[in-house]
Design a protein around this ligand. Structure first.
Ligand SMILES: Cc1cc2nc3c(=O)[nH]c(=O)nc-3n(C[C@H](O)[C@H](O)[C@H](O)COP(=O)(O)O)c2cc1C
Length: 508
């Protein structure tokens, strides 16, 4: 019998919502009652949200036993039978369901494994090695070259090449530049960025610091929506710990490079995730987009060159610098390298946080990783990319998940929301849900988005109520195309996607 040394509990928002905080305190008091010298560790989301609360028991010989759906009542058995008597409680173990077998963990390599509030644990797994390597072994342009060789594209939606963006900012001569981490994550159904911030906040800070070194910035903002209080709290603690350890602030690690990060809590408007609206929001103005160019890399925060990257984009960066571009580019397809994190939700058995190599098909994600649809219902479609994305039908389930292939379907990769729909889902309702969301979130600055999305919603509502005339659908599609073409920012330009993909693939 191997002695138990550590017990981890998933205490991200998903775990806490399922009752993990109560399980945690019962476990702590139960272990104290037995006088057991076992370390109890809080970890972030391991991905298996469908099995929360999760308790992982680690033995001296390195074996893990993971308990799922743990209740406060189960704690007594886990402690007395497993931790004291050394016999795992078979009937409480989470079933071995292949959830991880096809996943590749780059962004999520530490999520659910380390204590997000421990800098030591992050460093023990290679944390801040990428920053160290950048500062002492590479010039800023070599860092950009490394990111370029990796093929990393922005994970916030558009898939713009990260190194190209950094290169634009690097060549600006302004003495003041900024790096902004976009953690607004407003898509309904998406929780990737929140999970990364809650589970591995130092990783995002390290990514920001490397970006800052590469472009010559000394100030950073982490823009995180205020509805993510735990993410903000953990990021705040990580900033304090990194400063104390000389990893943020003046002369990082004794080098000539200085960089610090401030958190800005966003008030929860979807449009504030759009980069120019986000800039306005940080500056204290109303979050409204402006026409580009100039792009933020030329004139961003307070008119200074600014690189804005998504949480997941930045979370890839330390891994790439530490492991090398070639290791990253080994995964994925010709033009979409690496992995993508998805928040898998809807009518699927394994709803949770998954990271898959680019190029995996939708079918493989839904069935091999997601365990198929619930209750054996027929798989109908996936909604991908949130309000800017669209529905891809089961007949296209073999489409690989990469930027170009998804765009060809009329949907987009988006930031990582993936909602599985089954035979009982009404496709018109799905389109209407997203359109309703969009027209409420439209900032009102441009006419096509402000009024166009409203008229589109009215049209869809007439169709649903059986009050539509014979050419209603044609008019809706015509208006959709106009809203797409003439809106000022990405919100309006992509707002018709759910309607257009639905009418294309589900005309009946
Ligand atoms: C309406 C709208 C909302 C957006 N929301 C987000 C968001 O929540 N997070 C994000 O990273 N990017 C969001 N974006 C994309 C950003 O404008 C920007 O392209 C992105 O942050 C760039 O980072 P990346 O190059 O790392 O992807 C949004 C865009 C639009 C049009």
């Amino acid at each position: 019998m191997s002695r138990v040394t550590e017990v981890s509990i998933g205490l991200a928002t998903c775990g806490i919502a399922a009752g993990a905080a109560e399980v945690h305190s019962r476990l702590v008091s139960s272990l104290a009652g037995h006088g057991l010298p076992v370390k109890v560790k809080r970890v972030g989301c391991v991905g298996m949200c469908y099995n929360e609360p999760l308790v992982d028991v680690l033995s001296e010989d390195g074996t893990h036993h993971t308990y799922g759906h743990v209740t406060v009542k189960d704690v007594a058995r886990i402690v007395s039978e497993h931790l004291v008597a050394g016999k795992p409680v078979e009937d409480l173990l989470a079933p071995e369901d292949g959830f991880f077998s096809r996943q590749v963990r780059i962004v999520l390599e530490n999520c659910g494994l380390i204590d997000p509030e421990s800098l030591d644990e992050y460093r023990a797994r290679g944390g801040y090695e990428g920053l160290k390597r950048s500062l002492f072994e590479m010039t800023p342009s070599q860092v950009i070259d490394e990111i370029k060789a990796s093929g990393l594209r922005g994970r916030g939606g558009a898939g713009f090449l990260t190194a190209t963006k950094w290169g634009f900012a690097a060549r600006e001569t302004s003495p003041e530049k900024f790096v902004v981490c976009n953690g607004d994550e407003g898509d309904p159904g998406a929780f990737m960025d929140r999970s990364v911030l809650e589970g591995d906040p130092h990783r995002v800070l390290e990514g920001m610091a490397i970006a800052a070194y590469a472009i010559g910035a000394d100030h950073g903002y982490a823009y995180v929506r205020a509805e993510y209080p735990l993410a903000i709290e953990r990021l705040e603690k990580a900033i304090v710990a990194a400063r104390e350890a000389g990893l943020l602030g003046e002369h990082i690690l004794g080098s000539s490079f200085s960089f610090d990060v401030v958190i800005k809590a966003g008030a929860g408007a979807f449009v504030c995730g759009e980069e120019t609206a986000l800039i306005a929001s940080i500056e204290g103005r109303r979050g409204m987009p402006r026409r580009r160019p100039p792009y933020p890399t030329t004139a961003g925060l307070w008119g200074k060159p600014t690189v804005i990257n998504n949480v997941e984009t930045l979370a890839n960066v330390p891994w790439i610098v530490r492991q090398g571009a070639a290791a990253f580019a080994r995964y994925g397809t010709e033009r979409s390298k690496g992995t993508k994190v998805f928040a898998l939700a809807g009518k699927v058995n394994h709803s949770g946080l998954v990271e898959i190599p680019m190029g995996m098909t939708i079918r493989e994600i839904v069935f091999d990783v997601g365990g198929g649809t619930r209750d054996g219902k027929a798989f109908k479609a996936v909604q991908i990319g949130g309000p800017s994305g669209g529905c891809i039908p089961a007949s296209l389930a073999d489409v690989p998940v990469d930027y170009e292939s998804l765009t060809q379907t009329g949907a987009i990769m988006g930031s990582g929301g993936l909602i599985v729909l089954d035979e009982e889902t009404c496709m018109v309702d799905v389109a209407r849900f997203f359109l309703d969301f969009i027209q409420k979130e439209s900032c009102g600055k441009c006419t096509f988005c402000r009024i166009g999305t409203k008229r589109m919603l009215e049209s869809l509502t007439r169709i649903c109520a059986g009050e539509a005339g014979t050419n209603e659908l044609d008019r809706l599609i015509d208006l959709s195309r106009k809203v797409k073409r003439h809106s000022l920012c990405g919100l309006g330009q992509t707002a018709p996607n759910p309607v257009l993909t639905t009418s294309r693939f589900f005309p009946d």
